[in-house]
Ligand binder design. Structure first.
Ligand code: SAM
Length: 279
């Protein structure tokens, strides 16, 4: 007897060779495949000679279809969830189903594979030790600018998905809100016209403006520079305040500590030392 299991299976984002052996095997073994667009997925399944009952599971039928899929799992069936491309649940339907399955202690097994965000990041040349994937920015400019400005202080690479017809306006907002950072547009990953457009925000905007960008794109933005204001050395500050001759040693130490970013006791000790050496 099979054990009810929900498999979350990544499928290619362009190049069909990017499916895994395990994905093909499990897709051929499960009782039911839940797909975002059944007609689209049928082409993939036919390509690999997989013939299994298919059901749709997309944004607008998630609640009702999720319940039917859960019922199948409750009856001990095995179900594979796939999306049109890449990893389900990553800017694709799946999260609610996984959450509900987890809540009912139904095993959820991921089959890793293609994900546009990770593929783009890996080949971007931008820092990979710390990154934020933020999905699609809002389509309205006001909300998009707020969304970007909320990410201004992030210290890692920012990875976004975007529709090609919004690419230029989003890049302009990136330059406007986040400044002249290094930006990379990763286009048509794993496909014939795969391309990485790299440069400052302005350079990438200029490159993208030259022709209509077609196909799918990931935008990657380098972390902003962390600017540390250079503090004036403590001794200089103390001397300047002492030379003014209007403050007590205690007040001089207090002000110098704030200006130089040192502790008040350190500033006081240093102030006393300076005063004694001058007496
Ligand atoms: N779940 C998918 C994944 O794991 O990458 C993402 C699905 S999301 C609905 C589709 C977006 O992913 C596209 O608008 C684009 O931003 C990005 N994308 C998908 N395939 C891509 C590709 N081959 N090249 C570049 N970006 C791609």
């Amino acid at each position: 007897m099979t054990v009810a299991t929900l498999y979350i299976i990544a499928t290619p984002i362009g190049n069909l060779e990017d499916i895994t052996y395990r994905a093909v095997r499990i897709l051929g073994e499960v009782d039911l495949i839940a797909a975002e667009d059944t007609r689209h997925s049928l082409k993939l399944l036919n390509h690999f000679g997989i013939s299994k009952p298919l059901t749709s599971y997309f944004d607008h039928n998630q609640q009702f279809k999720g319940e039917r899929i859960l019922n199948a799992l409750r009856r001990g069936k095995t179900v594979a969830l796939i999306s049109d491309a890449g990893t389900p649940c990553i800017s694709d339907p799946g999260f609610q189903l996984v959450r509900d399955a987890v809540a009912e202690n139904i095993p959820v097994v991921p089959l890793p594979g293609a994900c546009a965000a990770v593929a783009a990041l890996a080949a971007s040349g931008l820092p990979t030790d710390n990154f934020t994937f933020a999905g699609f920015p809002p389509s309205r400019q006001g909300k998009r600018r707020t969304f970007l400005s909320d990410k201004n202080a992030l210290q890692g690479t920012l990875v976004l998905y975007e529709a090609p017809h919004r690419l230029l306006e989003t890049l302009s907002d990136i330059r406007e809100v986040l400044g002249e950072r290094q930006v990379i547009v990763a286009r048509e990953l794993t496909k014939i016209y795969e391309e990485f457009i790299r440069g400052t925000a302005s350079e990438v905007i200029a490159a993208v403006s030259q022709s209509i960008v077609r196909g799918e794109v990931v935008i990657l933005i380098a972390p902003g520079k962390i600017t540390h204001h250079e503090s004036e050395p403590l001794e200089n500050v103390l001397r300047r305040l002492m030379d003014a001759g209007t403050l007590s040693i205690k007040d001089i130490a207090k002000q110098a500590a704030i200006i130089s970013g040192v502790s008040r006791s350190d500033a006081y000790a240093e102030a006393l030392k300076l005063k004694n050496s001058e007496d």
